[in-house]
Design a protein around this ligand. Structure first.
Ligand SMILES: [Zn+2]
Length: 330
């Protein structure tokens, strides 16, 4: 009897240890396998702010890469470039990019027109500076074409502050800008692969150049093609992100928006025109709400969404106007 009991006990022990070993093994396996919970991964951000991206054109243009991001994220085609509290600024580039990157409206960052005179970036800096304040180890990269934007707005907050040079060829302006945007996409992809960025900001320019010369409209084939070119730009960036050897341990958030839209051949004085005021806002990645429509999105939300994703605690004293949009609750 005793012997049989002891045999039974041994058998039970064996079964138990097999179960334990199996459980531990599967736990280790789960941890090593791609697709771990997003909150356990290393958060990263790419912000692509397109100059002159009118929102409604996205429904006409063939944009497979952006469509995929929208599917795997949150989206609105009615993000507003002006706030409710303050609309005293012109609907132009410098106030737009300043709001996108600082998370505050023009009465706070101080720029009502295409001029950096009188800016208040000491009090309301680029989100890179906020990120560095709390995470000094974070690597920040900006890829721009304008020295002025870099000098005043980035203002030393980027570890890599790249200015893409305008190529000598081709001579025709739009073809030239297309080549420059392609070079900028390749440069960004190289930084994503080699510089290990925590946050990267890049600004494609072709749609604005095309709009001013031919027209900002879904009915202008050249403008639609410029947005399709932006989509290839996005594709180059996504390929670089996915090719990182550490991709499975990282949680990349891609944010796409714009400084303004356009109508006719311009965008100045666009306060009463949705074609100028409405731009796309895409917030996409494993931590984004998938298939979610962003209600009441504003361009000041871009900087705040990036900061929250990167684990930065938003300080009330920063007095930001934007809020985090399109992210899953943590
Ligand atoms: Zn413009």
């Amino acid at each position: 009897m005793m012997v049989r009991e002891s045999n039974k006990g041994d058998l039970l022990m064996k079964i138990c240890s097999i179960i334990v070993v199996a459980a531990v093994t599967s736990l280790l396996w789960v941890q090593a396998v791609p697709g771990a919970a997003p909150q356990e991964r290393d958060p990263r951000v790419v912000v692509i702010t397109v100059d002159g991206f009118r929102a409604d054109v996205i429904h006409v243009a063939d944009t497979p890469h952006m469509d995929e991001l929208i599917e795997n994220g949150a989206f609105t085609d009615q993000a507003d470039i002006l706030g409710e509290r303050y609309q005293g600024n012109e609907t132009v580039t410098i106030p737009g990019f300043s709001s996108l990157m600082t998370g505050v409206w023009a009465d706070k960052h101080g720029l009502d027109d295409n001029d950096f005179e009188g800016h208040n970036f000491e009090q309301y800096p680029h989100f890179f500076a906020r990120l560095k304040e709390q995470r000094p180890e974070a690597v920040t990269v900006s890829v721009l074409t304008h020295r002025r934007l870099s000098q005043h707005l980035v203002a030393g907050s980027a570890d890599i502050d790249h200015i893409e040079r305008t190529p000598a060829e081709p001579e025709e302006v739009l073809e030239n800008r297309k080549v420059r945007d392609r070079n900028m996409a390749e440069t960004s992809a190289r930084f994503i692969r080699e510089a290990d960025p925590t946050a990267l900001w890049v600004r494609p320019y072709l749609p604005d150049a095309t709009g001013h010369r031919i027209g900002f409209s879904p009915e202008v084939p050249e403008y639609v093609e410029a947005i399709e070119e932006v989509d290839r730009f996005v594709g180059t960036i996504m390929e670089a992100i996915r090719s990182r050897p550490t991709y499975a341990q990282e949680d990349w958030l891609v944010i796409i928006s714009a400084d303004h839209g356009g109508r006719g051949r311009g965008h100045r004085g666009g306060h009463d025109h949705p074609e100028v005021r409405h731009v796309p806002l895409i917030v996409s990645g494993p931590s984004a709400k998938h298939g979610h429509r962003i209600e009441e999105g504003y361009i000041v939300d871009v900087a705040v969404t990036a900061l929250v994703h990167l684990g930065v605690e938003i300080d009330e004293a920063w007095d930001l106007d934007g809020r985090a949009v399109g992210l899953e609750e943590r």
